[in-house]
Design a protein around this ligand. Sequence first.
Ligand SMILES: Nc1ncnc2c1ncn2[C@@H]1O[C@H](COP(=O)(O)OP(=O)(O)O)[C@@H](O)[C@H]1O
Ligand SMILES: [Mg+2]
Length: 244
Amino acid sequence: MVWERETREYDGKAKRVWSVRGAPDLVILQFTDDATAFNGVKRASIPDKGRINVEITTHLLERVAAAGVPTHLVARQGEDLVCRRVSIIPVEIVVRNVCAGSLAKRYGVPEGTKLAYPLVEHFYKSDKLDDPLMTEEHAVLFGWATREELAVCRALALSVNDALKAFWDGLGVDLVDFKLEFGRLPDGTVVLADEITPDGSRLWERGTGRHLDKDVFRRDLGDLSATYRDLYARVFGRPFVAGS
Ligand SMILES: Nc1ncnc2c1ncn2[C@@H]1O[C@H](COP(=O)(O)OP(=O)(O)O)[C@@H](O)[C@H]1O
Ligand SMILES: [Mg+2]
């Protein structure tokens, strides 16, 4: 089965969303080479990022699905991810195993401090407001998700963490933190949506602490394209070949 892009519905910061010809219940996420940081203030085009991210996302979504987490994934076609269309819950779920980034800054806790158990944080998905941190109570009160949906998101996010931690561990990489988005299918079932990529995760090489994620771009630590090609080779056990 080959799915065809129909109408361009939305241009996001790193992906384009398309409707699918003859399949209103599906959506195509086209992964682009665009990189942004600090909510779009810093921008660049990173060679091969789209293709690397779509392949890594596909692989990781398949892994978490095998661990029992329902996802929106249908198939990958080149740089396109064919997905079940969901109504996105505007609550970004961040799972953290090690203190870093905004958590370190917010509370003055040094980056690299190990957390005794995974921390689950909620952010309101709003570019206009800079994705503010919130509690589950805010999300319920403002009608962004029900208590039941948030409980499902939390449980699924922790399952994703278990599966991904084990996976990256086997590749000599520490999973520091990552962001997930969930959505509702037409019947109300909550499934994991969007992407799992080094754009939205922190991955530190064990031993050296070298960043294998978008912090290389945010913090000007080196060549992001080369870093992502490196990560690709670790995940798939072969070098990334452009245009393949
Ligand atoms: N299965 C899906 N159905 C509908 N929308 C989705 C699905 N998966 C992800 N999305 C949305 O598609 C958009 C992807 O583009 P992205 O570049 O990540 O945008 P953004 O700048 O909003 O983060 C996001 O807004 C995301 O919430
Ligand atoms: Mg996004």
